[in-house]
Design a protein around this ligand. Structure first.
Ligand code: SF4
Length: 323
Protein backbone atom coordinates (compact mmCIF):
# COMPACT_ATOMS: atom_id res chain seq x y z
CA UNK A 1 0.00 0.00 0.00
CA UNK A 2 2.69 2.49 1.01
CA UNK A 3 4.56 2.05 -2.26
CA UNK A 4 1.41 3.20 -4.09
CA UNK A 5 1.40 6.52 -2.26
CA UNK A 6 3.20 9.05 -4.44
CA UNK A 7 5.64 11.04 -2.44
CA UNK A 8 4.55 14.58 -3.23
CA UNK A 9 0.82 14.22 -3.91
CA UNK A 10 -1.96 14.34 -1.34
CA UNK A 11 -3.15 10.74 -1.37
CA UNK A 12 -6.80 9.87 -1.91
CA UNK A 13 -7.39 6.76 0.16
CA UNK A 14 -10.41 4.50 0.19
CA UNK A 15 -11.64 3.12 3.51
CA UNK A 16 -10.01 -0.22 2.71
CA UNK A 17 -6.70 1.43 1.86
CA UNK A 18 -6.83 3.41 5.08
CA UNK A 19 -7.36 0.19 7.04
CA UNK A 20 -4.35 -1.25 5.19
CA UNK A 21 -2.26 1.67 6.40
CA UNK A 22 -3.08 0.75 9.99
CA UNK A 23 -2.05 -2.83 9.16
CA UNK A 24 1.33 -1.76 7.75
CA UNK A 25 3.97 -4.32 8.79
CA UNK A 26 6.27 -2.85 11.43
CA UNK A 27 9.30 -3.33 9.18
CA UNK A 28 7.71 -0.87 6.73
CA UNK A 29 6.91 1.75 9.35
CA UNK A 30 9.93 3.91 8.47
CA UNK A 31 8.72 4.16 4.86
CA UNK A 32 5.24 5.11 6.04
CA UNK A 33 6.68 7.79 8.34
CA UNK A 34 8.76 9.10 5.45
CA UNK A 35 5.67 9.40 3.19
CA UNK A 36 3.64 11.15 5.90
CA UNK A 37 6.67 13.32 6.71
CA UNK A 38 6.78 14.67 3.15
CA UNK A 39 3.23 16.00 3.58
CA UNK A 40 4.09 17.39 7.00
CA UNK A 41 7.02 19.32 5.48
CA UNK A 42 4.93 20.43 2.49
CA UNK A 43 2.22 22.00 4.64
CA UNK A 44 3.90 22.70 7.97
CA UNK A 45 7.59 23.12 7.25
CA UNK A 46 9.91 22.38 10.15
CA UNK A 47 7.89 24.00 12.88
CA UNK A 48 6.16 22.56 15.89
CA UNK A 49 3.41 24.53 17.58
CA UNK A 50 3.12 24.35 21.32
CA UNK A 51 -0.05 24.69 23.34
CA UNK A 52 -0.91 25.13 26.95
CA UNK A 53 -4.33 24.35 28.40
CA UNK A 54 -6.04 26.06 31.32
CA UNK A 55 -8.93 24.21 32.89
CA UNK A 56 -11.49 26.95 33.44
CA UNK A 57 -14.16 24.63 34.77
CA UNK A 58 -13.39 21.23 36.20
CA UNK A 59 -15.48 18.24 37.24
CA UNK A 60 -19.17 17.71 38.00
CA UNK A 61 -20.08 16.96 34.41
CA UNK A 62 -23.53 15.51 33.69
CA UNK A 63 -22.15 13.39 30.84
CA UNK A 64 -20.83 9.85 31.16
CA UNK A 65 -17.80 9.71 28.81
CA UNK A 66 -16.01 6.56 29.93
CA UNK A 67 -12.46 7.92 29.66
CA UNK A 68 -13.04 11.18 31.49
CA UNK A 69 -12.16 11.93 35.12
CA UNK A 70 -14.78 14.69 35.18
CA UNK A 71 -17.74 12.57 34.15
CA UNK A 72 -20.72 11.59 36.29
CA UNK A 73 -19.44 7.98 36.22
CA UNK A 74 -16.00 8.87 37.55
CA UNK A 75 -14.75 8.44 41.12
CA UNK A 76 -11.36 9.88 40.20
CA UNK A 77 -9.89 12.21 42.75
CA UNK A 78 -9.76 15.55 40.92
CA UNK A 79 -10.18 19.20 41.77
CA UNK A 80 -13.66 20.43 40.99
CA UNK A 81 -14.48 24.09 40.52
CA UNK A 82 -17.00 26.10 38.53
CA UNK A 83 -14.64 28.90 37.49
CA UNK A 84 -10.91 28.80 37.82
CA UNK A 85 -9.45 31.68 39.78
CA UNK A 86 -9.22 34.71 37.47
CA UNK A 87 -5.59 35.30 38.54
CA UNK A 88 -4.69 31.78 37.39
CA UNK A 89 -6.46 32.23 34.07
CA UNK A 90 -4.86 35.59 33.30
CA UNK A 91 -1.44 34.44 34.54
CA UNK A 92 -1.63 31.49 32.16
CA UNK A 93 -2.57 33.89 29.39
CA UNK A 94 0.49 36.03 30.22
CA UNK A 95 2.59 32.84 30.16
CA UNK A 96 1.35 32.08 26.65
CA UNK A 97 2.40 35.54 25.54
CA UNK A 98 5.72 35.51 27.41
CA UNK A 99 6.81 32.26 25.80
CA UNK A 100 5.27 33.18 22.43
CA UNK A 101 3.17 30.04 22.45
CA UNK A 102 0.94 29.87 19.46
CA UNK A 103 -2.38 29.67 21.23
CA UNK A 104 -4.05 29.63 24.64
CA UNK A 105 -6.47 26.74 25.02
CA UNK A 106 -9.05 26.84 27.78
CA UNK A 107 -11.16 23.84 28.73
CA UNK A 108 -14.57 23.70 30.38
CA UNK A 109 -16.13 20.51 31.68
CA UNK A 110 -19.80 19.95 30.99
CA UNK A 111 -22.01 19.88 27.98
CA UNK A 112 -24.82 22.38 28.54
CA UNK A 113 -24.33 25.98 29.58
CA UNK A 114 -26.70 28.76 30.54
CA UNK A 115 -26.56 32.05 28.69
CA UNK A 116 -25.35 33.62 31.94
CA UNK A 117 -22.43 31.14 32.07
CA UNK A 118 -21.52 31.97 28.50
CA UNK A 119 -21.70 35.71 29.17
CA UNK A 120 -19.24 35.24 32.08
CA UNK A 121 -16.93 33.29 29.80
CA UNK A 122 -17.28 35.91 27.07
CA UNK A 123 -16.15 38.59 29.55
CA UNK A 124 -12.97 36.65 30.31
CA UNK A 125 -12.37 36.07 26.61
CA UNK A 126 -12.75 39.78 25.87
CA UNK A 127 -10.15 40.56 28.54
CA UNK A 128 -7.64 38.01 27.23
CA UNK A 129 -8.15 39.17 23.66
CA UNK A 130 -6.92 42.62 24.75
CA UNK A 131 -3.43 41.08 24.81
CA UNK A 132 -3.91 39.66 21.32
CA UNK A 133 -3.76 36.00 22.31
CA UNK A 134 -5.12 33.49 19.82
CA UNK A 135 -7.76 31.74 21.91
CA UNK A 136 -9.27 28.28 21.64
CA UNK A 137 -12.01 27.03 23.92
CA UNK A 138 -12.72 23.36 24.54
CA UNK A 139 -16.42 23.35 25.29
CA UNK A 140 -19.50 21.18 24.98
CA UNK A 141 -22.68 21.86 23.06
CA UNK A 142 -23.58 25.47 22.48
CA UNK A 143 -26.80 26.97 21.22
CA UNK A 144 -26.32 29.14 18.15
CA UNK A 145 -27.01 32.20 20.30
CA UNK A 146 -24.29 31.20 22.76
CA UNK A 147 -21.82 30.46 19.97
CA UNK A 148 -22.46 33.94 18.55
CA UNK A 149 -21.83 35.47 22.00
CA UNK A 150 -18.40 33.82 22.10
CA UNK A 151 -17.67 34.79 18.50
CA UNK A 152 -18.53 38.41 19.25
CA UNK A 153 -16.20 38.28 22.27
CA UNK A 154 -13.36 37.40 19.92
CA UNK A 155 -12.98 33.64 20.46
CA UNK A 156 -10.99 32.29 17.51
CA UNK A 157 -11.32 28.55 17.71
CA UNK A 158 -13.41 25.85 19.39
CA UNK A 159 -12.29 22.37 20.31
CA UNK A 160 -15.02 19.76 20.11
CA UNK A 161 -13.69 16.24 19.60
CA UNK A 162 -15.42 13.36 17.88
CA UNK A 163 -13.50 11.01 20.18
CA UNK A 164 -14.42 7.77 18.39
CA UNK A 165 -16.40 6.43 15.47
CA UNK A 166 -20.17 6.74 15.03
CA UNK A 167 -20.37 2.97 15.37
CA UNK A 168 -18.39 2.77 18.62
CA UNK A 169 -19.62 5.94 20.26
CA UNK A 170 -22.36 4.35 22.38
CA UNK A 171 -19.70 2.14 24.02
CA UNK A 172 -18.01 5.17 25.52
CA UNK A 173 -20.88 7.58 26.06
CA UNK A 174 -24.64 7.20 26.42
CA UNK A 175 -25.67 10.73 27.39
CA UNK A 176 -25.18 12.28 23.97
CA UNK A 177 -24.60 11.00 20.45
CA UNK A 178 -21.87 11.15 17.87
CA UNK A 179 -24.21 12.95 15.50
CA UNK A 180 -24.92 15.65 18.06
CA UNK A 181 -21.18 16.31 18.09
CA UNK A 182 -20.95 16.45 14.30
CA UNK A 183 -23.95 18.81 14.09
CA UNK A 184 -22.47 21.07 16.76
CA UNK A 185 -19.23 21.34 14.79
CA UNK A 186 -21.04 22.17 11.55
CA UNK A 187 -23.00 24.93 13.29
CA UNK A 188 -19.72 26.39 14.63
CA UNK A 189 -18.14 26.23 11.19
CA UNK A 190 -21.10 28.10 9.71
CA UNK A 191 -20.48 30.89 12.24
CA UNK A 192 -16.85 31.13 11.14
CA UNK A 193 -15.03 29.48 14.01
CA UNK A 194 -11.81 27.60 13.38
CA UNK A 195 -12.30 24.02 14.53
CA UNK A 196 -10.09 21.72 16.53
CA UNK A 197 -11.47 18.19 16.50
CA UNK A 198 -9.91 14.81 16.99
CA UNK A 199 -10.20 11.63 18.96
CA UNK A 200 -8.92 9.15 21.48
CA UNK A 201 -7.15 5.92 20.62
CA UNK A 202 -7.09 2.89 22.91
CA UNK A 203 -10.67 2.73 24.28
CA UNK A 204 -11.32 -0.76 22.87
CA UNK A 205 -12.27 0.41 19.39
CA UNK A 206 -11.28 -1.52 16.26
CA UNK A 207 -8.97 -0.30 13.51
CA UNK A 208 -12.08 0.15 11.37
CA UNK A 209 -13.46 2.49 14.02
CA UNK A 210 -10.25 4.53 13.96
CA UNK A 211 -10.46 4.78 10.17
CA UNK A 212 -14.15 5.75 10.25
CA UNK A 213 -13.45 8.48 12.80
CA UNK A 214 -10.59 9.85 10.71
CA UNK A 215 -12.71 9.77 7.55
CA UNK A 216 -15.39 11.77 9.38
CA UNK A 217 -12.70 14.23 10.47
CA UNK A 218 -11.51 14.47 6.88
CA UNK A 219 -15.04 15.64 5.96
CA UNK A 220 -14.98 18.23 8.76
CA UNK A 221 -11.46 19.30 7.71
CA UNK A 222 -10.57 20.91 11.04
CA UNK A 223 -7.76 23.43 11.41
CA UNK A 224 -6.34 21.19 14.15
CA UNK A 225 -6.72 17.48 14.66
CA UNK A 226 -5.60 16.27 18.09
CA UNK A 227 -5.05 12.57 18.62
CA UNK A 228 -5.03 11.45 22.24
CA UNK A 229 -3.69 8.08 23.34
CA UNK A 230 -5.63 6.77 26.31
CA UNK A 231 -4.05 7.24 29.71
CA UNK A 232 -6.42 5.13 31.82
CA UNK A 233 -7.49 7.12 34.86
CA UNK A 234 -8.27 5.12 38.02
CA UNK A 235 -11.86 5.66 39.05
CA UNK A 236 -13.17 5.92 35.49
CA UNK A 237 -14.85 3.05 33.60
CA UNK A 238 -11.72 2.81 31.45
CA UNK A 239 -9.41 2.86 34.47
CA UNK A 240 -8.43 -0.79 33.90
CA UNK A 241 -8.48 -0.66 30.12
CA UNK A 242 -5.96 -2.98 28.44
CA UNK A 243 -3.55 -0.64 26.68
CA UNK A 244 -1.08 -3.31 25.54
CA UNK A 245 -2.09 -2.57 21.92
CA UNK A 246 -1.00 1.05 22.28
CA UNK A 247 2.53 0.51 21.06
CA UNK A 248 4.74 3.20 19.58
CA UNK A 249 4.40 1.48 16.19
CA UNK A 250 0.59 1.45 16.26
CA UNK A 251 0.47 5.03 17.50
CA UNK A 252 2.69 6.16 14.64
CA UNK A 253 0.52 4.35 12.09
CA UNK A 254 -2.54 6.20 13.40
CA UNK A 255 -0.77 9.57 13.26
CA UNK A 256 0.61 8.85 9.77
CA UNK A 257 -2.89 7.97 8.59
CA UNK A 258 -4.24 11.21 10.06
CA UNK A 259 -1.54 13.12 8.14
CA UNK A 260 -2.28 11.25 4.90
CA UNK A 261 -6.04 11.82 5.17
CA UNK A 262 -6.08 15.40 6.46
CA UNK A 263 -2.64 16.65 5.36
CA UNK A 264 -3.21 20.38 5.81
CA UNK A 265 -4.51 20.16 9.35
CA UNK A 266 -2.34 20.71 12.43
CA UNK A 267 -1.94 17.08 13.44
CA UNK A 268 -1.40 17.14 17.18
CA UNK A 269 -0.11 14.40 19.43
CA UNK A 270 -1.95 15.30 22.61
CA UNK A 271 -2.47 13.08 25.69
CA UNK A 272 -0.13 10.13 26.00
CA UNK A 273 2.80 11.65 24.11
CA UNK A 274 5.29 11.36 26.95
CA UNK A 275 4.23 7.77 27.68
CA UNK A 276 3.83 6.14 24.29
CA UNK A 277 6.37 8.09 22.20
CA UNK A 278 9.18 8.56 24.70
CA UNK A 279 12.53 8.15 22.97
CA UNK A 280 10.90 8.48 19.53
CA UNK A 281 10.43 12.25 19.47
CA UNK A 282 12.23 12.74 16.18
CA UNK A 283 10.00 10.28 14.32
CA UNK A 284 6.93 11.67 16.06
CA UNK A 285 7.68 15.28 15.15
CA UNK A 286 8.44 14.34 11.57
CA UNK A 287 4.72 13.48 11.24
CA UNK A 288 2.90 15.72 13.75
CA UNK A 289 3.42 19.47 13.92
CA UNK A 290 1.70 20.19 17.16
CA UNK A 291 1.98 19.15 20.82
CA UNK A 292 0.75 20.35 24.19
CA UNK A 293 3.30 21.91 26.52
CA UNK A 294 1.61 20.92 29.74
CA UNK A 295 -1.67 19.78 31.18
CA UNK A 296 -4.28 17.62 29.47
CA UNK A 297 -7.40 18.53 31.38
CA UNK A 298 -6.68 16.76 34.67
CA UNK A 299 -3.57 14.69 33.77
CA UNK A 300 -0.19 16.41 34.10
CA UNK A 301 2.06 16.91 31.07
CA UNK A 302 5.71 17.65 30.48
CA UNK A 303 6.88 21.16 31.41
CA UNK A 304 7.49 23.89 28.85
CA UNK A 305 11.30 23.93 29.02
CA UNK A 306 11.51 20.17 28.60
CA UNK A 307 9.12 20.42 25.67
CA UNK A 308 11.19 23.07 23.92
CA UNK A 309 14.31 20.98 24.52
CA UNK A 310 12.57 17.93 23.07
CA UNK A 311 11.67 19.86 19.94
CA UNK A 312 15.07 21.43 19.35
CA UNK A 313 16.91 18.16 20.15
CA UNK A 314 14.86 16.51 17.42
CA UNK A 315 16.00 19.18 14.93
CA UNK A 316 12.79 21.19 14.73
CA UNK A 317 11.98 24.79 15.51
CA UNK A 318 9.03 25.72 17.65
CA UNK A 319 6.38 28.07 16.41
CA UNK A 320 6.48 31.68 17.51
CA UNK A 321 3.46 33.70 16.57
CA UNK A 322 3.13 37.30 17.61
CA UNK A 323 0.86 37.16 20.58
S1 SF4 B 1 -15.36 14.58 28.10
FE1 SF4 B 1 -16.43 16.52 28.45
S2 SF4 B 1 -18.62 15.96 28.24
FE2 SF4 B 1 -17.53 14.04 28.50
S3 SF4 B 1 -17.62 13.67 30.74
FE3 SF4 B 1 -15.68 14.76 30.33
S4 SF4 B 1 -16.14 16.92 30.65
FE4 SF4 B 1 -18.10 15.83 30.42
Amino acid sequence: MISEIHAHEDPILTREEAIEILNTPDDQLDTLIERAGILRKKYKGNRVSIHILTNVRSGNCTQDCAYCAQSCRSDADIDTYKWVDDDKLYNDNDFVNKYHLSRHCIGLSGMGFTDADIEQLAGRIRKMKETGTHLCCSIGFLTEKQARMLKDAGLDRINHNLNSSRNYYSHICTTHTFDQRVENIHMLQRLGFEICSGGIIGMGESKEDVVDMLLELKEINPEALPINFLLPIPGTPLGDQDISGLTYEYGMKVLCLARLLVPQSDIRCAAGREVYFKGHEKELLSVVDSIFASGYLTAGGQGINDTIQTITDAGFTYEIESA
